[in-house]
Design a protein around this ligand. Structure first.
Ligand code: NAP
Ligand code: ZN
Length: 335
């Protein structure tokens, strides 16, 4: 028997406390990973607070995991002991539905999130289906790579899948964990990139990350000034936004893609979409196929998370800083 030691949440909004569990026998398709680093995504905070009504307590949060394969199940052929791998939001899927078969496992109805109904990466070890343990390219440091496993893929997938190219004008709304990676990936795709932020003190850093323009959304009329400017706007903000103003900021055929979990219904006038054939869409993390590609692109184009490092035992401090929007730009827990 090998116990796993982590930090668990026992009730909505509670502090993380030492928590151990027995994972049982290693499944034939599973790998056991010795965790070195785990990022703190704002989704962990939503889960800790049960903002989405889906949290199952007690649980260990954490779904931006990097570590080393410590054991493989009898049926695992794709991973080996000693290999450095990462795990993101998803730990398993059915493997046989139409979405799994076409490589969109993240859309599988039986998708298993890493830390909903399972225990995640604020721990010393984790077990997942080997298909969701993605090798980390040598060019990436573990601490800077961990946030790519959720924050990175969540911005990479829509940038890739909306066909962003050098002629594209892309806006990234909210420059936090996801947003600061969004700027870097949109730049890597060759786009002209605009950062939208409520924090004017982030301007210099946003430009250093690769943004060409910076819009302080607290300035009166700031969004009006950029009306008709963007092919893709990616909202990474967890709060409600002036959606009609962002739709107006799109060029014809532009898309406002929402990945941040803003709480209220998104309301826009039908006519604001009809005239310019605009779209409002959502995007959910990304598939293992896109994870492989995203990590390769990050390694070759120098995309990396800017991190604040905390000892695993200081996870409560890290969560508190995420809640106050103080982190620049991703908190990472290290074992
Ligand atoms: P984060 O690090 O806290 O960053 C969010 C950023 O949004 C902040 O840095 C801030 O940027 C801006 N912001 C925060 N509160 C705001 C407010 N009241 N008004 C305007 N802007 C505000 O969070 P994250 O980890 O990047 O996650 C962002 C959201 O994406 C969360 O809701 C998370 O659950 C969600 N998410 C979704 C997926 C998916 O698959 N769709 C995956 C991962 C995360 P500025 O200072 O620049 O304004
Ligand atoms: Zn996440």
């Amino acid at each position: 028997m090998s116990e796993i030691h982590g930090l668990g949440v026992h009730a909505a909004g509670a502090q993380l406390l030492p928590y151990k569990y027995d994972p049982g026998a290693l499944g034939a398709n599973e790998v056991e990973i010795k965790i070195s680093h785990c990022g703190v995504c704002h989704s962990d905070v939503h889960l800790i607070d049960n903002d989405w009504g889906m949290s199952k307590y007690p649980f260990v949060p954490g779904h931006e995991i990097v570590g080393t394969v410590a054991a493989v199940g009898s049926g695992v052929k794709d991973r080996s002991v000693g290999e450095r791998v990462g795990v993101g939001w998803q730990a398993d899927s059915c493997g046989i539905c139409e979405w799994c078969r076409q490589g969109d496992e993240h859309l599988c109805a039986k998708s298993q999130p890493t830390c909903v109904g399972r225990n995640g990466g604020f721990a010393d070890k984790i077990r997942v289906n080997s298909r969701f343990a993605i090798p980390i390219p040598e060019a990436l440091e573990s601490e800077n790579a961990a946030p790519l496993l959720c924050g990175g893929i969540t911005v990479y997938s829509p940038i890739r899948n909306h066909g962003v190219r050098p002629s594209s004008r892309v806006g990234i709304i909210g420059i936090g964990g996801l947003g600061h990676l969004g700027i870097q990936f949109a730049k890597a795709f060759g786009a002209e990139v605009t950062a939208f932020s409520t924090s004017k003190e982030k301007e210099t850093e946003a430009l250093k990350m690769g943004a060409h323009n910076f819009v302080n959304t607290r300035d009166t009329g700031a969004l009006k000034k950029v009306a008709g400017s963007f092919d893709l706007l990616l909202s990474t903000v967890s709060a409600d936004q002036d959606w009609p103003a962002y739709v107006a900021a799109l060029r014809p055929k532009g898309t406002l893609c929402i990945v941040g979990a803003s709480p209220s219904p998104v309301q826009v006038q039908a006519f604001s979409l009809i005239g310019g054939q605009k779209a409002v869409s959502g995007s959910n993390t990304g598939s293992p196929r896109d994870l492989f590609e995203m990590l390769d692109v990050a390694g070759r184009h120098g995309v990396k998370a800017i991190t604040e490092r905390f000892a695993m035992s200081k996870a409560n401090d890290a969560v508190a800083r995420v809640k106050k929007s103080q982190v620049r730009y991703r908190a990472v827990l290290a074992n």
